[in-house]
Design a protein around this ligand. Structure first.
Ligand SMILES: [Zn+2]
Ligand SMILES: [Zn+2]
Length: 338
């Protein structure tokens, strides 16, 4: 079978490997769709922290079961996605039912080889089935689950203002699940095209361009002087993250979904007087995946609209680098295998 390996930053190579053999507790899946996300792009660029090469990327997958033990509850032909975070089951986080932040987590396509190949072997306990969903939709569950998890961390309440900073695919998912939770979404980015997308496709009422507008003034106008009680970063940009401490209402929660390598910096009196809560949000749990799949099945979200670029698996090597350039307007690139 054909496998795409990221040999080192900036270098992909197709190699031929044997198809995996069915092991106990696993299923063999035929990969049908691979969503490309920031992690894949950063891994290719060489800017992803703690990343090791060579590595097979790809963790946002829509697959068909081809071989499986029938006692697993799956049969060949089932359409599945995978929860790509493999937890140790023993550490303090796992014992407290927080496998998403397992101390020894192995993310498929990040810490271990992932899905940029024709067939994969995956533990059946990582599979989620939805025969009524398309392979595109199945591949979009994981990035949405990241957003759904962030909203669950923030415990968004009906009617509160939720400022979402960063309108990439993760930010878009955060906006959708903030809306579903009853929040009033304010979208912020520095890219007009992305903000227009939020208005036109996600019906986000309030948008702010941080590059051209007075952010504090606009937030005050939108919230009647209160400021947002939930702020969520989906930029992973140090400057944006540090600036956003001042966007919080008194008593607000600030959730970091995006990640960057530097330090956080906030004036302690500003943080303290708000009695603010700062949280990180890592990966997602099966509960988030289930919530996302239900919302997709009920048509509360239609993330297929995020797909701006499609490419055949055999063309990924040639196309991948172009997806990094913001000028190409990529929101979501989707790889297709037949
Ligand atoms: Zn991803
Ligand atoms: Zn663990």
């Amino acid at each position: 079978m054909n496998v795409l390996i990221c040999q080192q930053p900036g270098q992909f190579e197709y190699v031929q490997q044997n198809k995996p053999v069915l092991q106990r507790g696993h299923a063999i899946l035929q990969v049908k769709r691979i969503g490309i996300c920031g992690t894949d792009l950063h891994a290719f660029e060489g800017t992803q922290p703690y990343f090791q090469y060579p590595r097979v990327l790809g963790h946002e997958l829509g697959c068909e079961v081809v071989e499986v033990d029938p006692s697993s509850g799956f049969v060949p032909g089932d359409k599945v996605t995978i929860v790509p975070y493999f937890a140790c089951g023993e550490c303090v986080a796992c014992r407290n039912e927080l496998p998403n932040c397992c101390a020894a987590i192995q993310v498929f396509g990040v810490h271990i080889d992932g899905g940029m190949k024709e067939f994969i072997s995956v533990p059946t306990k990582a599979l989620l089935k939805a025969n009524d969903m398309s392979f595109d939709e199945l591949a979009l569950v994981e990035p949405l689950a990241i957003g759904a998890h962030g909203i669950r961390r923030a415990a968004v309440q009906q009617g509160e203002f939720v400022l979402v900073i960063g309108a990439g695919p993760i930010g878009l998912g955060i906006m959708e699940f903030a809306r579903i939770a009853g929040g009033k979404v304010i979208a912020m980015d520095v890219n007009t095209t992305r903000l227009d997308f939020c208005k036109d496709k996600l019906a986000v009422k309030h948008t702010i361009n941080a590059a051209t507008e007075d952010v504090l003034q606009r937030l005050k106008e939108i919230t009647n002087g209160d400021m947002p009680t939930v702020v969520i970063d989906a930029t992973g940009n140090q400057k944006a993250i540090n600036a956003a401490f001042l966007y919080m209402a008194h008593g607000a929660r600030y959730v970091l979904v995006g990640l960057q390598k530097g330090n956080l910096e906030v004036a302690h009196p500003e943080f303290h007087k708000r009695e603010a809560t700062l949280m990180s949000s890592r990966n997602a749990t099966q509960e988030d995946f289930d919530h996302v799949m239900r919302c997709m099945q009920q048509k509360l979200v239609d993330p297929a609209t995020y797909i701006t670029h499609r490419v055949a698996f055999t063309d990924v090597k040639a196309q991948f680098e172009s997806w990094i350039n913001p000028a190409n307007g990529v929101i979501k690139a989707m790889v297709e295998l037949s």
